[in-house]
Design a protein around this ligand. Sequence first.
Ligand SMILES: [Fe+2]
Ligand SMILES: [Fe+2]
Length: 269
Amino acid sequence: MALSTLEPDSPEMQKKIWRIYRDYFDAAEKKRRWNMTTDIPWDQCNPGVDPALADVVQTFCMIELFLPDYLSKQLPQVRKSKGRAWMLASWGYEESKHSMVLNDWLLRAGHRTEEQLQDMEDGVFEKEWTLRYNDPLATVVYTMVQEVATRVNYRNLRRAAGGHCPALDKVLELVQIDEAAHGHFFRQLVSVFLEEHREATLERIRLVLNTFGMPADHLLADGRRRIAAVKELKIFDEGNYLNDVVTPLLTQLGLTRADIRGKKMHVAK
Ligand SMILES: [Fe+2]
Ligand SMILES: [Fe+2]
């Protein structure tokens, strides 16, 4: 079933999106930048963290490592939209810190050796993340959902870790704040599309919400086991998806469940 086609972004939309990006960027520069060397209490690493939790840190690090694919597949779709292209550049910088800081914690807290981390990286780069939807607007909607879900994952991992390792606690706090900002940006972007192309955007929201899956599922060689561990530790499951991702997103977008249910998808002729 094909999605309806969309006109290119109008100049008014481009302006709105650029404004959203500038607000995002200015706020990030002012309030959110953090330094991997000086902002983490690296002298307070606890090697006694539950190995199962440390393994989830590795899972999240692995997902963050697909950054070259996230950027190289999405940028070509948005290169004519300055706001969206510049956002991907900023977003990529912020995401690049996430895999680095998680990697550093695993090493400094003694949960992994350099050799193990190298093996992890080599394994990750053997696979390639691909766009889930061959449609730029569906990709924006997917990214919005993915960012909100990612934030919930980090928040719940931080809760599960319980502050026993001050270094890990700070790492997860900083990363989680970044992820919340990413989710907020992409939600604003989806709101602009809802204003301009309501039916086409609803169609994508319906599609994505009903088919969403976190990337670990098919990307990581042992993805199934890793997702099971995340569920087991009560970090993220279907309940979190519905209650912490779908419900708040629908409310913030001014939508109801009726908006995403029961309508037939438009079939392009
Ligand atoms: Fe991230
Ligand atoms: Fe993110």
